[in-house]
Write a protein of this length. Structure first.
Length: 428
């Protein structure tokens, strides 16, 4: 029986779960893949940390980089995280030394994926990263294999469980952003420092990877990113009244030979499929020909979901297939044009908190008219006691640059009480 020696580098929750899983399911994995997966070595920053697994002394590597040099290591599983430092050193060295690599590190792949793919291809080893995007949702393998016959025009969806939990909880529990964030931290859905989740960086890294796979292009940093920190309970209530839900969505779309990548809070119709995805779930929607629309949803994070993706990658390597990391050889991948969203058309929700006095509304609407943005719907909610009013405007499709121009112009007016809001609307 063939055997594949594995080194797991990084023993947090996911590393320990994977170690346990591979040891307990050796028999079935061997039968399914005709090759024995054997965890030969492990390494972690803190050897003395209490873990729920038993590791033999002979399995420990005091220097994690030794795994890239030892002859009896065939595959390295990188679970350190981060785009720089130890993770970067480990993966670059492993591929240069002709070791297969499986990683859950979206930040590393989003930043250095093109370089790493080139090294893997040159040395005829695998670089697999299913676990880097949406945990247990098998989106990467679907794009690489199951949907290989399709010309994909658009991929979008909920790619971050933390932000989805926060927005859906604000809606269902009628609580504000800070209250829900606190609950998310207590439940372990949000990190102690949840910045990457809340400001859209996590979705941005995942979207870059998906975009590259969909359009056979190199990774591109030309991406518009906006997080959910500005969304408040009033926006959630207004969205409901207008027949929408607010979700943080990532979009990559091919329009007239240009690719647009964007991450931002989005108003989506209440009766749409994506609107029903609540809690920490992820959902990815792919538009392609000839398949039409495909939807994949599932747990986006956590040790069990991530291990499911990692074992899928390990099994692919156990079967002995050397594949190109991004489906195509580096020579075949294209340098496509990635455009800024400034010229892209959007319908949008704009909210202005103003002093309630004559002339304010006509002043605002004249700014819309001047910027050639037509108004589809206007709602005014005055508070006579406080002498303030909330003006909600839903626009027809207009260029992003003109919508932003309106926002900036109105923000300078002395009748404005709070920073104006803009949330794009998805027309699907």
């Amino acid at each position: 029986m063939k055997k594949l020696n594995i080194a797991i580098i990084g023993l947090g929750n996911i590393g320990c779960y994977l170690y346990k899983y591979l040891n307990e399911n050796k028999k079935i994995l061997t039968e399914k893949n005709n090759c024995l997966p054997y965890v030969k070595y492990v390494s972690a920053r803190n050897k003395k940390k209490k873990r729920n697994i038993k590791i033999k002394e002979s399995q420990w590597l005091n220097n994690y980089l030794d795994s890239t040099k030892i002859k009896d290591v065939d595959l390295i599983v990188e679970l350190i995280g981060g785009s720089e430092g130890p993770a970067k050193k480990l993966v670059f060295n492993a591929l240069k030394n002709k070791k297969h690599v499986v990683t859950a590190n979206k930040a590393l792949i989003a930043k250095y994926g093109d370089q790493l793919a080139q090294i893997a291809e040159k040395n005829k080893v695998n670089l697999e990263f299913e676990a880097s995007v949406c945990g247990g949702v098998p989106i990467i393998r679907s794009l690489k294999e199951s949907l290989i016959a399709n010309k994909i025009s658009k991929i979008y969806g909920i790619l971050n469980g933390t932000s989805n939990y926060i927005l859906s909880s604000m809606d269902k529990k009628n609580k504000n952003f800070e209250e829900v964030l606190l609950i998310a931290k207590k439940l372990g859905y949000a990190e102690t420092n949840p910045s990457a989740d809340l400001n859209g960086d996590d979705v941005s890294a995942k979207l870059k990877i998906l975009s590259s796979l969909c359009f056979n292009s190199f990774l591109s940093d030309n991406i518009y990113v906006e997080g959910i920190r500005e969304i408040d309970a009033t926006d959630i209530k207004n969205a409901n009244k207008l027949g929408y839900k607010i979700k943080l969505l990532g979009f990559a779309e091919l329009l007239n030979n240009n690719i647009y990548q964007r991450v931002h809070p989005t108003l989506i119709k209440k009766d749409s499929y994506v609107a029903s995805i609540d809690g920490v779930l992820n959902a990815v929607i792919i538009d392609g020909k000839p398949v039409g629309q495909s939807i994949i949803q599932g747990e986006g994070a956590g040790p069990s979901a991530t291990t499911s993706a990692l074992v899928s990658d390990i099994s692919s390597i156990l079967r002995g297939n050397v594949k190109f990391p991004f489906s195509l050889s580096n020579k075949e991948r294209k340098k496509l044009k990635f455009n800024s969203i400034e010229e892209r058309l959007f319908s949008a929700y704009l909210r202005f908190e103003v002093i309630d006095k004559p002339g304010v509304l006509s002043n605002i609407t004249s700014i819309f008219s001047k910027n050639k943005v037509s108004i589809k719907r206007l709602v005014q909610n005055p508070d006579k006691n406080k002498k303030i009013s909330s003006i909600i405007i839903v626009t027809h499709e207009s260029k992003n640059k003109f919508l932003n121009k309106i926002l900036k112009e109105v923000a300078k007016k002395n009748f404005i009480k709070k920073k104006p809001k803009l949330i794009r609307i998805d027309s699907n």
